[in-house]
Ligand binder design. Structure first.
Ligand code: F6R
Length: 605
């Protein structure tokens, strides 16, 4: 989603802002721009497309100035054109903005009635014009900014430069994150710690409703009531070096192949193999008293939640409710006293998940978050944080964050079961040992990637592909379909295998590949029967299993998985579906790391 950087500095701002925008590329964007203040005047450059286009523009027509603001835009109001790209500017102010101003139409009508003209369709241009009108009444910049904030409704993070004031910058946070970076004789603003990684590791996370006035040597934070407030400074753990792809062609590929390492690291934080126990952080509530668990997330994180439901219900016998964050709070959920609500989010900033978290918090639930970004808003607003320790995930399609979230959730389910008295110490130790073996099995699967690459090449021409599984492999099937559609643009759906005959089987013909996820044991025979029904209708079955069993001769292809225990199997089966999607996308020549229309961190509703 959109990214922000702002510098009130002592040396040229543009090269440093461009480096920050580069770090923000992973969030997904479709245009970019920068503005600086030089000799009192504001100037900007903006370009649709990737940062290279903006860099080319700046090479031909450089911008001077030590104070500046920069932005990567993921289009919401209006197409990704130059006119809609940020910064939005008048002769008095330049503004970059993340989020959505909900009352922009009414503000625009008001400004138009008083003679304002607009070049684009964005809500941000309205903000720039509104602030300009305040300044034109003779208001001081701070008072004008306060008036501006009092007029805006919606979710936003703003960063503002004022003409003639090189040593001044304003920022505001309402619903979209904004972070202050503290420098020596300089200060910064960024949409996340990553934006500021090359500039400062001393960060102040603004709280909802906060606004801030920065100069080179001062930072003053105010709350929604315009009262000066102190906010804690924290030290960022984000690496300052640019993350690179190493020997890989894409970040997604790198992130798929580093899973054995990162999952081992994650499990290293949650398991004590010598003692055969799970280590969870201290909790402000007792797990044994939790009567119900609510799991809420979006997209891939939602599928992790669905997998966790099977674990928690089966092993710990605690009732679990799972929902998509964008639906959860609007359906007036019924909470149980003392219930635990767990929010899963790689970024920790997804707007829908954050809103659901706040809903559950207001209802008095215990709040836990499973996040990859430790300083994220969700982490800061939770009673308990279970970090996934996946390291920065740059590819827009989530891979290692999924398997690391699953690793944390599996560890959590085992500990919950132990605390509830559902399993004894010996069973916990068995589960710990099973989890410990997951990284080695993951490495084995990845070493067999040529087979899956060739299957992916074969199926990349299909128009529709189905993924089917039963039980805990049903969410893995849905994750497979999501991964494939988002990066290869092939239409794909994930179904519970037993559900096919209630409708979707009508889609099957010789052109429709069906990926069947059916590890030996459990419900595999039932899934295999469903795959047989598909083959009887000429569907091309690709079986992912450690047992090709009776259908071997009729299958289109089989990818052999290593045998594994029930707890870790869903984690392992995530790998072939990621590889399948990745290689299908490569075959189709799509922009694997930044698929069209998608953003890494979705901070709008
Ligand atoms: C798909 C993907 C998305 C995210 C979703 C939630 O590959 O990455 O579906 O899982 O946007 O994001 P987080 O986990 O950051 O809340």
């Amino acid at each position: 989603m959109c990214g922000i950087v702002g510098i009130v500095g002592q040396s040229p701002a543009v090269p440093r802002m461009m480096e920050s925008l580069k770090r923000l590329e992973y969030r997904g964007y479709d245009s970019a721009g920068v503005a600086t203040l030089s000799k009192g005047s504001l100037e900007r450059r903006r370009a649709p497309g990737k940062l290279d286009a903006l860099a080319g523009l700046l090479a031909n027509s450089p911008l001077e100035g030590n104070s500046g603001i920069g932005h990567t835009r993921w289009a919401t109001h209006g197409e990704p054109t130059e006119a809609n790209a940020h910064p939005h500017m008048t002769d008095k102010v330049a503004i970059v903005h993340n989020g959505i101003i909900e009352n922009f139409k009414e503000l625009k009508d008001e400004l138009t009635a008083s003679g304002a003209e607009f070049e684009g369709e964005t809500d941000t241009e309205v903000v720039a014009k509104l602030l300009t009108r305040e300044l034109e009444t003779g208001a001081e910049p701070r008072a004008a900014f306060q008036t501006l904030l009092s007029r805006l409704q919606g979710a936003f993070a703003l960063c503002v430069l004022v003409a003639g004031k090189e040593n001044l910058m304003f920022g505001a946070r309402e619903g979209s994150p904004l972070v202050v970076g503290l420098g020596d004789g300089e200060n910064y603003l960024g949409s996340d710690a990553m934006a500021l990684a090359g500039l400062s590791n001393r960060l102040i996370y603004l709280e909802e409703g906060d606004w801030v006035e920065l100069t080179r040597d001062s930072v003053q934070v105010f709350d929604r009531a315009n009262t000066p407030v102190e906010r804690a400074t924290s030290i960022s753990q984000v690496a300052t070096t640019m993350i690179d792809k190493g020997n890989h062609r894409h970040f997604m590929q790198k992130e798929i192949y580093e899973q054995p390492t990162v999952v081992a690291q994650t499990l290293g934080r949650y398991l004590d193999p010598n003692a055969g126990t799970i280590r969870l952080p201290d909790m402000p509530f007792d797990l044994k008293d939790v009567p119900k668990i609510t799991l809420v997330a979006c997209g891939t994180s939602f599928y992790a939640a669905q997998v966790a439901r099977y674990w928690i219900e089966k092993i710990a016998r605690v009732p679990v409710e799972v929902d998509i964050a964008s639906e959860f709070r609007y359906r007036d959920p019924v909470y149980v006293d003392g219930g635990l609500a767990i929010f899963i989010s790689q970024s920790g900033e997804t707007m829908d998940t954050l809103a659901a978290l706040r809903h559950a918090k207001d209802a008095g639930q215990h709040i836990a978050s499973i996040v990859n970004v430790l300083g994220s808003t969700m982490a800061r607003e939770s009673d308990l944080v279970l970090p996934i320790h996946a390291g920065p995930e740059v590819g827009v399609a989530s891979t290692k964050a999924f398997t690391c979230s699953l690793s944390v959730l599996a560890s959590f389910a085992v500990q919950l079961a132990a605390d509830k008295g559902e399993i004894d110490a010996a069973t916990v130790a068995n589960y710990v040992s099973e989890l410990e073996h997951a990284p080695a099995l993951m490495a084995k699967i990845l070493s067999d990637d040529e087979k899956i690459e060739s299957i992916a090449r074969d199926i990349a021409t299909a128009r529709d592909i189905l993924f089917v599984g039963r039980g805990i492999y049903f969410p893995i099937a849905m994750e497979g379909a999501l991964k494939l559609k988002e990066i290869s643009y092939i239409h794909a759906e994930g179904y519970a295998a037993g559900e096919l005959k209630h409708g979707p089987i009508a889609l099957i013909d010789e052109n429709v590949p069906v990926i069947g996820i059916a590890p030996d044991g459990g419900l595999s025979e039932k899934t295999v029967s469903n795959l047989q029904e598909i083959m009887a209708r000429k569907g091309k079955v690709v079986l992912l299993s450690d047992n090709k069993g009776s259908i071997a001769d009729d299958m289109y292809a089989h990818f052999e998985m290593p045998p594994a225990g029930d707890l870790i199997s869903p984690i392992l089966y995530a790998l072939p579906i990621q590889l399948l999607s990745y290689y299908a996308a490569v075959e189709k020549g799509t922009d694997v790391d930044m698929p069209r229309n998608l953003a890494k961190s979705v901070t709008v509703e």
